[in-house]
Write a protein that binds this ligand. Structure first.
Ligand code: ARG
Length: 459
C-alpha cells in the first residue's frame, strides 16, 4: 500500500522533485499540537454519532497523545515523502492502530483540517501577542511614571514645535499599542469560527456533529458555508495586517530613539547590552537593535503583501496555493514577537538624559504658540496674533535670543500693557503649565491619563 493518503488512484511513485516542491512538513510541523487537538475532538465526535466505537475513539486519542509527546521530544521522524503534518500524524496512527487509525479521517478533509489547525494556532498567537503588547505598554507606563515631570520638546516635521511632558510622550505609544491590541481582539472574533465539518468543500453525507467539535475546541460558532470556509484566509490577512501595524508603530519609535541616541540629540543613553560596536572605529556604540526593529518591519509588510498576492484570483474552494500561507504567517509572527520582546526590554532599560534635554529646552521657540494664544485670549484675532508672534520670532533670530529675552518695550509695541504680563507665559515651563484642553499635555490631563493607564494595565 502506498505511503500516501491518496495512493489508491495512482500507479508508480511520485517524482522526488515533486515531493520536494510540494511538501509543507518543513514548516507546518509547527501545527502538530493543534492538529492533534483537532483530531482528538473529531474522533470523540465520531464516537458520539456512532461512526467509531467509544473504545476506538479512546485508543485514537491516547495514541495521538503519544505521537504528540514524541514530536515534542524531537523523537518523531519527519519526511518530505509524507507531505504535511496531517499525513505524518495520520500515518503514525495507522502504523500503531491499523484499521482503527484508518477511520480517523472519516467525514473530514485536509482542507477543513488545515483551516482548523491554522485557526487554532492563530488564536493562541493572538493571545501571546496581546501579552507581549501588554508588556511593552507596561514598560512605557513605567517610563511615563519615572519621567513624569520631565519636559521634552515635541516635534512636527522633526522641527521643534511645542513642549510635552515625557509622560505624555510615553503614553502616546501606550495608546497606539492599545489600538493594536483592540484590532487583534477584533480579529480573534473572526478567527474563532470553526471550519471543521466543511470536509473537502461541500460538507459530508455522514452524520457528523459539528456542534460537538465546536464545543470541544472552544470555538464561538460554526462556519455557515463550507465552500466559503474551506477557502477562507481573510483571518490571516487580518492577523498579519495587525502585526504589520504593530511593526509600523515599532519602526517609528525605533527611528525616533535612533535619532535620540545621536550626539546631535543626546536625549537617551541606550544600554550597552542592547548596542554593538564597530570593527574598525573603536569609539562606536551603534543602536543595532533599534535599527533591526525598524528594518524587520519590511519583512512583516512583505509577509502581508505575500499573503494578499497569494489569495488574489483564487477561485473557490481550496487551492494548493494556500499551503504557502503558513510561510508568511509564521515569519510575520516570529518577527513581531521578537521585536516586541526587545522593544519592551529597551524601554525598560533606557534612561532619558534629563540634563542634556533640559540644557537645550529653551531653544526652538517651544513657547511661541502658547504666547500667541495669550494674545488671542486678550482679544487679538488669531491671524493677527500669529503674524505678530511670527515677527517677534524673526526679531529673535536677528538678535540671536529667545522670546523671553526681548525687552518689555518690544511687547508693549505689539499691544499696550503686554510687556507687564508676557514674561508669565514665556519660557518652556510657563508654556507647559498653560495647557488645559482635554487630552493635551497639561500636567493635570497627563495625571488623569497616568491614573487611567495605571488601572488599565495593572496586573
Ligand atoms: N498542506 C496543505 C496546506 O497546507 C494541507 C491541505 C492539503 N489539501 C489538499 N487537498 N492537498 O494547505
Amino acid at each position: 500500500m502506498s505511503q500516501k493518503t491518496w495512493g489508491g488512484r495512482f500507479s508508480g511513485e511520485t517524482d522526488n522533485r515533486v515531493e520536494a516542491f510540494t511538501e509543507s512538513i518543513t514548516f507546518d510541523r509547527r501545527l502538530y499540537r493543534q492538529d492533534v487537538a483537532a483530531s482528538k475532538a473529531h474522533a470523540r465526535m465520531l464516537a458520539e454519532v456512532g461512526l467509531l466505537t467509544a473504545d476506538e475513539a479512546a485508543r485514537i486519542a491516547t495514541t495521538l497523545d503519544v505521537i504528540a509527546a514524541e514530536i515534542e521530544r524531537g523523537e518523531f521522524p519527519f519526511s518530505v515523502k509524507l507531505e504535511d503534518i496531517h499525513t505524518h500524524i495520520e500515518r503514525a496512527l495507522i502504523e500503531r492502530l491499523g484499521d482503527v487509525g484508518r477511520k480517523l479521517h472519516t467525514g473530514r478533509s485536509r482542507n477543513d483540517q488545515i483551516a482548523t489547525d491554522v485557526k487554532l494556532w492563530v488564536r493562541d498567537a493572538i493571545d501571546e501577542m496581546d501579552g507581549r503588547l501588554l508588556e511593552l505598554q507596561r514598560a512605557l507606563l513605567a517610563g511615563a511614571e519615572r519621567d513624569r515631570a520631565v519636559v521634552l520638546p515635541g516635534y512636527t516635521h522633526l522641527q521643534r514645535a511645542q513642549p510635552v511632558l515625557a509622560a505624555h510622550y510615553f503614553l502616546a505609544y501606550v495608546e497606539k499599542y492599545q489600538r493594536d491590541r483592540d484590532r487583534l481582539a477584533d480579529c480573534r472574533r473572526r478567527v474563532n469560527v470553526l471550519p471543521l465539518g466543511a470536509a473537502a468543500l461541500a460538507g459530508t453525507s455522514l452524520p457528523i456533529d459539528r456542534e460537538s467539535v465546536r464545543r470541544q475546541l472552544g470555538f464561538d460558532a460554526l462556519a455557515r458555508n463550507s465552500l466559503d470556509v474551506s477557502s477562507d484566509r481573510d483571518f490571516l490577512l487580518e492577523y498579519v495586517f495587525d502585526l504589520a501595524a504593530v511593526a509600523l508603530h515599532l519602526s517609528g519609535w525605533a527611528e525616533e530613539w535612533i535619532l535620540w541616541s545621536t550626539t546631535e540629540f543626546n536625549f537617551v543613553a541606550l544600554p550597552d547590552a542592547f548596542c554593538t560596536g564597530s570593527s574598525i572605529m573603536p569609539h562606536k556604540k551603534n543602536p543595532d537593535v533599534l535599527e533591526l526593529i525598524r528594518g524587520k518591519t519590511a519583512r512583516v509588510v512583505g509577509d502581508l503583501h505575500q499573503l494578499m498576492m497569494l489569495v488574489k484570483g483564487l477561485p473557490l474552494a481550496y487551492n494548493r496555493d494556500l499551503q504557502e500561507d503558513k510561510v508568511a504567517l509564521f515569519d510575520a509572527h516570529d518577527t513581531v514577537a521578537a521585536s516586541l520582546e526587545l522593544a519592551a526590554a529597551l524601554v525598560r532599560e533606557t534612561r532619558l538624559n534629563r540634563d542634556a534635554i533640559a540644557a537645550r529646552l529653551e531653544d526652538g521657540y517651544l513657547d511661541a504658540t502658547t504666547f500667541m494664544e495669550l494674545l488671542i485670549a486678550r482679544g487679538v484675532p488669531m491671524r493677527a496674533a500669529h503674524e505678530a508672534v511670527g515677527r517677534l520670532v524673526r526679531t529673535c533670530e536677528e538678535r540671536r535670543c529667545r522670546l523671553a529675552d526681548l525687552p518689555a518695550e518690544v511687547y508693549d509695541a505689539v499691544r499696550p500693557g503686554l510687556g507687564a504680563e508676557v514674561y508669565n507665559v514665556l519660557g518652556v515651563s510657563n508654556a507647559l503649565a498653560a495647557f488645559r484642553s482635554v487630552g493635551s499635555t497639561a500636567p493635570a490631563e497627563v495625571a488623569k491619563q497616568l491614573a487611567y493607564w495605571g488601572s488599565q494595565l495593572a496586573p
